[in-house]
Design a protein around this ligand. Structure first.
Ligand SMILES: *Cc1c(COP(=O)(O)O)cnc(C)c1O
Length: 355
């Protein structure tokens, strides 16, 4: 029981991260990290940057923003950097949310969104996804709220076509429409180009999943200058040096390795589709994931139980607490070998131990 929290802070909803095992030998398929290391050139850039740790990093991150601007075909003034995209998302809730400026997001989506909403006192509505766990764009058309949609969505991996994003942005003028593209590289589509047409559209991206740099903490937003200016105002109010010099260097280095990454994304997508297929053969129902994870359920074992059974077999996965998601299990796509082990463990679990 907290004694010192102020009255305003008593309704926090802190996010519960997935397990990061210490020491134990487990196949880690629970937090959508990559099974691969970033390229050597990125590690070298980080080491080089460590030589300058006596100095503050560039608070503007000018070199990285310039490189990202080229990558997305925008201006550096259209980019804001975050210590992980969670930070950028939190800045967006702080900037655009308020007692009179509520947010809306799906009931089955990234579990972090309620946390900054509670921190900054922003009311929010959770809009149910449909029976097949897809987001229905109509539910967001003209609702006059700030909106955040993960695309591909987590934990389902289902995607919303760009035409739907246009409708949602166009019909909610004066409100921020935030597209969280944590997994977009695995799909190959991005709403970033649409930010030139819609001044209220903010695209948030991360290096954690598709750039294999979860430990570096690097995310960013792409949007109209006005929207980005507001995020920057919050950033300078919170932590002007939010990115350390090694992370900035990693971010620049990774953009020079597009060929390496594209090849890995292709492999991961292939392994994902094979895993989905193998699970269906075992009697699982899966969503149509376009991300680096699969989402599956089996009628004989609810998600949390299956997760526990798999952990005993050395495989970490993730089940999600909320009622509608309870039958389901989210499994990160690892190497083909790791996925073979997972599928074997899952087959065993549904046949013997768990039933
Ligand atoms: C992993 C994830 C993030 C957070 O990524 P960081 O950049 O590591 O903070 C944001 N959104 C979604 C949907 C995610 O799955």
């Amino acid at each position: 029981m907290s004694v010192f929290l102020s009255r305003e802070r008593r309704r926090l909803a802190p996010y519960a991260p997935g397990e990061q095992p210490r020491g134990e030998k487990l196949i880690k398929l629970n937090t959508n990290e990559a099974p691969y290391s970033p390229p050597q050139s990125v590690l070298d850039a980080v080491s080089a940057a460590a030589g300058g740790l006596n100095l503050y990093p560039d608070p503007e991150g000018a070199e990285l923003r310039a490189a990202l601007a080229v990558y997305h075909g925008v201006s550096p003034r259209n980019i804001s950097l975050g210590n992980g995209s969670d930070e950028t998302l939190a800045f967006a809730f702080a900037a655009f949310g308020g007692a009179e400026a509520a947010f809306a997001f799906p009931d089955i989506t990234y579990g972090f969104y309620p946390s900054p909403a509670a921190l900054y006192g922003v009311p929010y509505t959770e809009i149910p996804v449909d029976a097949s766990l897809k987001i229905r764009a109509e539910d967001y058309v003209g609702i006059g709220k700030n909106i955040v949609l993960a695309n591909p969505n987590s934990p389902t991996g289902e995607v919303l076509p760009m035409a739907d994003i246009e409708r949602v942005a166009e019909s909610n003028p004066g409100r921020a429409v935030i597209i969280d593209e944590a997994y977009a590289d695995f799909w190959g589509s991005s709403a970033a180009p649409l930010t030139k047409r819609f001044e209220n559209l903010l695209v948030v991206r991360t290096y954690s999943k598709s750039r294999f740099l979860a430990g570096a903490r690097l995310g960013y937003a792409v949007g109209d200058e006005g929207l980005i200016g507001d995020i920057e105002t919050v950033r300078y109010s919170f932590n002007p040096y939010n990115l350390n010099s090694m992370t900035l260097a990693a971010g620049i280095g990774a953009l020079k390795e597009e060929t390496y990454y594209k090849e890995r994304w292709r492999e991961i997508a292939e392994t994902r589709d094979e895993t989905q297929e193998a699970l269906r053969e075992l009697g699982f129902v899966t969503t149509r994931s376009m991300a680096n994870f699969v989402f599956a359920r089996h009628e004989s074992v609810p998600g949390a139980e299956l997760m526990a059974c798999l952990r005993e077999r050395g495989v970490l996965t993730r089940s999600l607490g909320r009622e509608r998601a309870r039958p389901w299990l989210r499994v990160t796509v690892g190497t083909p070998e790791q996925m073979k082990t997972f599928v074997g463990a899952a087959a065993d679990a549904i046949k013997t131990y768990c039933s």
